[in-house]
Design a protein around this ligand. Structure first.
Ligand code: ADP
Ligand code: MG
Length: 361
């Protein structure tokens, strides 16, 4: 029996490390877009416009009216050059700040990752600035848009806010690029994600459009309330059957706000729009528990629509489990889920009684 000879251990080249890390965070165009949406909301934007070409693989562009990137004369030479470096952020200074973090971002990894697997450019203008600045990036660093031009950020005309343009996602990761079979599948994922944030972020206008289309796929105004937003995105049938509840519990340190379909509504699939501390996340635990709770109220095979916004004391939530932040763990999950399901049961029961009451009289 011959064993293979051991190979020498060597450090990976930095660009290989960066590309691998980027591919872990950005698996599909929708993951890049989610980061860009969160950045815009972090910047205090009240309007977000999203433009998508070929399911986001060719183009993802998001324009916001937020505070912009600090490009005052004395700063633009500092902030723009490091914008797409890994672990550069304006949101976190100390590890302890994570306990009270009020922004989506804190790792300073998103733009860096995107710049390693796509062509990224930024146009940004603050309120104080007399002009906007544009910069192009590749592999974490400023890059020139054309070989003959310099990589220095350039002053140009522009509105207050930030526009991020991501082109040719995965252009340098051919295996990943090939794995996408259909642009419309990727666009559907993008619409799902934009719809989630458009429903959750009250006070913020959202629009999302496929390049070349004359009309928008999603459009909600800044003044629309949650119910109106759900109606525009998911339709009248579900919006007309929603009931709301709030719950709060000091012992487990949580608050929750929900809009849930009544027993009169049932669909083939469960729609759960789950937000934990304002971040769109998934939770199989919550989904299962909710479906079980509904099972006694809905016809066989019927599924509910749930919009659930949970606020849990930051020190009880670990958002730091994975760079994608898609998964969130929190303390006393079972207790919290059971309180929520009790509330759902009560709300559904209430609607039922009032129905039978009205039909009796
Ligand atoms: P993080 O959000 O974790 O800080 P990112 O890589 O997503 O990291 O962004 C890096 C930095 O770029 C942010 O901290 C912020 O200062 C700036 N930035 C990114 N997008 C925007 C935006 N739309 N408006 C204003 N600043 C932004
Ligand atoms: Mg971010």
């Amino acid at each position: 029996l011959t064993l293979p000879a051991p190979r020498r251990i060597k450090a990976l080249a930095e660009d290989v490390v960066n590309k691998i890390a980027a591919g872990e965070i950005i698996v599909a165009p929708v993951h890049a877009l989610k980061e860009l949406i969160e950045n815009a909301v972090d910047a205090g934007a009240t309007a977000l416009e999203i433009l998508v070409k070929e399911g986001g693989l060719k183009l993802l562009q998001i324009t916001d009216n937020g505070h912009g990137i600090d490009v005052r004369l004395e700063h633009h030479k500092e902030d723009l050059p490091i914008l797409c470096e890994r672990f550069t952020t304006s949101k976190l200074k100390e590890f302890e700040d994570l306990n009270s973090i009020g922004t989506y971002g804190f790792r300073g990894e998103a733009l860096a990752s995107i710049s390693h697997i796509a062509h990224l450019s930024v146009t940004t203008r603050t309120k104080e600035s007399s002009c906007a600045w544009r910069a192009h990036y590749a592999d974490g660093k400023l890059a020139s848009p054309k070989p003959s031009q310099s990589a220095e950020p350039k002053p140009i005309a522009g509105r207050q806010g930030t526009q991020i343009t991501v082109e040719d996602l995965f252009y340098n990761v051919p295996s990943r690029r090939k794995a996408f079979r259909s642009a419309s599948e990727e666009y559907a994922k993008i619409l799902d994600m934009v719809g989630r944030y458009a429903i959750h972020c009250s006070g913020v206008a959202f629009s999302c459009k496929k390049h070349g289309d004359s009309s928008t796929s999603i459009s909600v105004s800044a003044t629309a309330g949650s119910l109106e937003r759900i109606k525009q995105i998911h339709g009248r049938a579900v919006a007309n059957e929603l009931v709301s509840f709030k719950a709060e519990n000091d012992r487990w340190g949580f608050k929750c706000d929900a809009l849930i379909s009544s027993a009169n509504y049932s669909s083939k699939r469960t729609t759960i729009l789950l937000f934990i501390n304002h971040r769109s996340v998934e939770s199989q635990v919550i989904k299962k528990a909710v479906e079980q709770t509904y099972a006694t109220f809905l016809p066989k095979g019927g599924r509910p629509f749930i919009y659930l916004s949970l606020e849990i004391e930051p020190q009880r939530v670990d958002v730091n489990v994975h760079p994608t932040k898609r998964e969130v763990h929190f303390l006393n999950e079972d207790e919290i889920v059971s309180i929520i399901c009790d509330e759902i049961r009560t709300s559904l029961g209430k609607v039922d009684t009032s129905r039978s009451f009205t039909t009796q009289t």
